[in-house]
Write a protein that binds this ligand. Structure first.
Ligand code: HEM
Length: 579
């Protein structure tokens, strides 16, 4: 919530030229001044330091989780270690910049409090104040959310829902204890511009500093949004480390629980399945980029306010791939094929989706996906995976039976063009009056399926899929119907191993045309992370735990391949991604 409020103030401030928001999972705010960097490993900002922390005037650190249910070690990790990692990165890249850390009222500078969170917060503050940086510590008590900004932590949301009518009164009675997200954000900007006489600011000080620029603008009321703000002295950029929501998301997905499955562990396992994945996606590692467009017929507009569901034509960047960890894998080994899309509407709203050609996913939880991945690891002694390990996995995971049946019986083909691609995870379409509709979506080809026995595929060479695609597109664009399926109330929202009955209502949203293929090394999809939680207004993720795991793992995979880009060379004649 604080991160969201501070972001709102930074974007509204006419003197701030750019805001770089560093998040673990993509946010929903789009703004011409906002550049978002999705970064998973908050213990190490090295890979993004040059993009995130150079040529900036200030870094605002607004990350925080509730200590409830956390061990001191985990809470220290989130509260102190991550803060220091960010401050160190700033120190290296922009030593003149200001670091503003949002701590909390009651933090104990003596570090001896009996209350765990107060001790840990105090320790973090003290460590920060030791660094040779212009650092300010803010200790707000009760923060009143403004402009519809809500906490993404359910317990805080419940608290604010109950306390909302009382907060304005409390603010008048106890101004020293209550502040607002607006005043907090303004105070942070003021500290970055002019500093303050003290380095640790309690709630009362925050209000004094945050309201000081307002007094210079008589026609502005307490609730007035950006319009009335004065053009304050310019600031080139602000890095905002605002992972509150994202981290809460990760926490509910179990990433921070004691025997946690982290994106780092997940992606490490995905990287040990053969070939040389360095520089490449750690799953669906072999693929080809394409460009095209989605011609929406407007039939989805009654179900979702997503701008690309209004009738019109929308640009698409996409990627076909086989689900392998090995970028050099022969195409005949890719049982699962995929289509990933980024559909863009005017105003920069985007819809990213990754779909597979299986009708169901192989597992329903991140933990099971991890175990299956471990069973596919290459044994360095034999150079092969142990086939018994995968058999053992399937014999202990009955939920994988529908996927295994499809893998055994579905026809193989020699083309990406004749496959149906399915979202598998469920999402909500949200209509204009705020009603949510549980849906899954699919791309159904207009190209007739042509089965080819697997033994014949082997004779087509290692790269027949990309070759076939290029040949077909040289003749004409390829088309798919974009079909959305509406769930009935008995259909599972959070289990991608279970197909919904075939009689569910289906709506054809329009036609995807794939027009041009470009080799991935030089192609426009190369630097995109098709994170399925990057969604436009009007579509939101379901609570399927695979979605949170996908989002954080794709970001980790993206970070790795971006840092390893020198190991995945563009073709010598290429000067950059071909649009
Ligand atoms: C816990 C479950 C999963 C994990 C950990 C996982 C992990 C990954 C990773 C690390 C990548 C590479 C991302 C990148 O570097 O850009 C990837 C790609 C992909 N995954 Fe998953 N995945 C999971 C579940 C799923 C599911 C349920 C689907 C369903 C359709 C799916 C479809 C895809 C597709 C289509 C791509 C390729 C995207 C592209 O072409 O860039 N994944 N996955």
């Amino acid at each position: 919530m604080i991160g969201g409020g501070v972001l709102h103030e930074c974007l509204a401030d006419t003197g701030v030229q750019e805001v770089i928001s560093i998040v673990r999972t993509p946010g929903t705010v789009r703004h011409p001044k906002l550049r978002e960097i999705v970064h998973v490993d908050f213990m190490d900002f090295g890979a993004i330091a040059s993009k995130a922390f150079t040529r900036i005037d200030a870094a605002f650190f607004c990350l925080g989780v509730s200590s409830s249910g956390m061990s001191e070690a985990d809470y220290t990790r989130v509260t102190s270690d991550i803060t220091l990692a960010a401050a160190q990165a700033l120190l290296q890249a922009s030593p003149e910049a200001t670091f503003v850390y949002v701590s909390g009222a009651g933090a104990d500078s003596t570090e001896r409090s009996r209350t765990m969170w107060a001790r840990v917060r105090g320790r973090a503050e003290n460590a920060l104040l030791q660094l040779p940086l212009k650092t300010f510590i803010l200790r707000p008590a009760l923060v009143r959310p403004m402009y519809g900004i809500a906490s993404r932590t359910a317990s805080y949301r419940r608290f604010y829902a109950v306390a909302a009518p009382l907060l304005p009164l409390l603010q008048r009675l106890f101004p020293q204890w209550v502040t607002t997200t607006e005043v907090l954000g303004r105070a942070m900007l003021e500290l970055a511009r002019h500093g303050a006489s003290r380095r640790v600011l309690e709630s009362r000080d925050i209000n004094l500093v945050g309201l000081s620029d307002r007094e210079a603008t008589p026609n502005k009321t307490a609730n007035s949004p950006a319009s009335g703000r004065p053009a304050l002295s310019a600031m080139a950029g602000i890095a905002l480390i605002a992972a509150v929501g994202a981290l809460a998301f990760a926490y509910t997905a179990g990433w921070l629980s004691p025997r946690r499955l982290t994106p780092v562990r997940m992606v490490d396992a995905l990287s040990r399945r053969g070939g040389d994945p360095v520089g490449h996606r750690r799953n669906h590692a072999k693929g080809v980029c394409f460009t095209g467009e989605f011609a929406s017929n407007g039939a989805g507009a009654a179900l979702s306010s997503a701008p690309m569901l209004a009738a019109g034509r929308y640009a698409v960047i996409g990627r076909f791939a086989i689900a392998t960890g090995n970028p050099q894998a022969p195409d005949a080994t890719g049982r699962v094929r995929s289509m990933a899309l980024r559909i863009v509407a005017p105003g920069h709203e985007e819809w990213r989706t990754g779909m597979n050609n299986s009708p169901v996913f192989v597992v329903s939880t991140p933990q099971a996906f991890y175990e299956m991945t471990r069973a596919q690891e290459i044994d360095p002694a034999t150079g092969k995976a142990d086939p018994r390990a995968l058999q053992r996995f399937f014999s202990t995971h009955p939920e994988s039976a529908p996927f295994a049946a499809w893998a055994r019986s579905a026809p193989w083909t020699a083309s990406y063009a004749d496959q149906t691609y399915n979202s598998l995870n469920a999402f909500y379409f949200v209509d204009r009056v705020g009603r949510s509709h549980l849906v899954r979506w699919s791309m159904e080809p207009t190209t007739q399926e042509s089965p080819v026995p697997p033994s014949s595929l082997v004779t087509l060479g290692p790269n027949f899929l990309e070759e076939d695609l290029t040949r077909r597109l040289a003749r004409e664009p390829l088309r798919w119907h974009f079909i959305v399926t509406l769930a009935a109330s008995s259909d599972p929202a959070t289990d991608a191993t279970r197909a919904w009955p075939t009689d569910r209502q289906r709506i054809d949203l329009g036609t995807l045309s794939v027009q041009r293929a470009v080799d991935e090394a030089d192609g426009p999809c190369r630097d995109y992370n098709f994170d399925p939680t990057v969604l436009p207004a009007g579509i939101r993720p379901s609570a399927d735990p695979l979605l949170a795991a996908r989002s954080s793992s794709y970001a980790r995979s993206f970070d790795l391949r971006e840092a390893e880009a020198a190991s995945y060379r563009r073709h010598p004649s290429s000067r950059g991604p071909v649009p």
